[in-house]
Design a protein around this ligand. Structure first.
Ligand code: DAK
Length: 259
């Protein structure tokens, strides 16, 4: 499938999604959001993809939702835009495979929010993060008030959102917004290495872990631990559990089959 604003590649078991509107710093317009929705469909259906990397072409990851498109929206259109974005971001967050954001540059507003809907965030030292929406007269609309507070805590989330400050990758790392900061030249290599390491593990177990962490974070601890027990039990119905344990006992390399 061909896209106008997204380049889709596959390297082994890894799906690579590149936002490709560099002239507008990859700002998210509704066309790009719809394309991303279609890309998620493809990722979801492809059983050979075990992990996904998102990155941006040019100097930005994503500089936010497209201000030129949003500027003229009426309330109903604004609501529809917000619903579309939230739906797509949530689909990414709940995709049954890990998603790594390789953040090459600006991750502002909707761009920071998109990175927060990913499971792992690796950033170049050149990356910058922020939720500048209040400076435009709006609230973050793609989950920023919710995911940022959950990731870095209420204290820092309020400071970032109320001040609209833009922070460097190093500070984003220090407050727990991102996993790792690397030099720009090795960003994709680092993301690929992590993706390959994830792909070398049992994909069904990884998928169940993602689900257990995401769902468990919204539950009380007893319900969450019950959920974990169910996921753990489920593994014993898989080929990969037998293979993983057998390979260990036989002191040989494992050969997982995603089943
Ligand atoms: N939208 C549209 N175009 C953008 C853009 C954006 N977010 N960011 C940059 N561009 C465009 C610029 O207009 C410029 O276009 P031309 O003038 O060349 O045609 C081109 O990209 C290059 O940008 P600059 O010339 O400004 O580049 P600089 O390196 O000088 O500056 C910058 C880079 C990232 C600091 C600057 O471009 C900037 O401040 N950009 C805006 C960042 C921003 O405020 N982002 C947050 C957007 S608001 C909601 C749903 C969603 C949202 C909210 C509510 N609901 C429906 C409730 C989300 C909101 C946002 O994300």
């Amino acid at each position: 499938m061909e896209f106008k604003n997204i380049i889709l590649e596959k390297d082994g078991n890894i799906g690579i999604v590149k936002f490709n509107r560099p002239k507008a710093l990859n700002a998210l317009n509704s066309e790009t959001l719809k394309e991303l929705d279609n890309v998620i469909d493809l990722m979801e259906k492809d059983n050979e993809i075990y992990a996904v990397i998102l990155t941006g072409e040019g100097k930005a990851f994503i500089a936010g939702a497209d201000i030129s498109e949003m500027e003229g929206l009426n309330a109903l259109e604004g609501r529809a835009f917000g619903i579309l974005g939230n739906k797509v971001f949530r689909r990414l967050e709940t995709l049954d495979k890990p998603v790594i954001a390789a953040i090459n540059g600006f991750a502002l507003g909707g761009g920071c929010e998109l990175s927060m809907a990913c499971d792992i965030r690796i950033a170049s030292v050149k990356a910058k993060f922020g939720q500048p929406e209040v400076g435009l007269g709006i609230t973050p609309g793609f989950g920023g008030t919710q995911r940022l507070a959950r990731l870095v805590g209420e204290c820092k989330a309020k400071e970032l959102i109320f001040t609209a400050n833009i922070i460097k990758a190093e500070e984003a790392f220090n407050i727990g917004l991102i996993n790792k900061v690397v030099e720009p030249e090795v960003l994709m290599e680092e993301a690929m290495n992590m993706a390959k390491q994830i792909c070398s593990n049992a994909p069904v177990a990884v998928k169940l872990c993602k689900e257990a962490i995401n769902k468990g974070m919204q539950m009380d601890i007893d319900s969450a631990l019950n959920y974990e027990s169910e996921a753990f039990g489920m593994c014993f119905s898989t080929y990969d559990q037998k293979e993983g344990m057998k390979a260990f006992l036989e002191k040989r390399d494992k050969n997982f089959k995603n089943m």
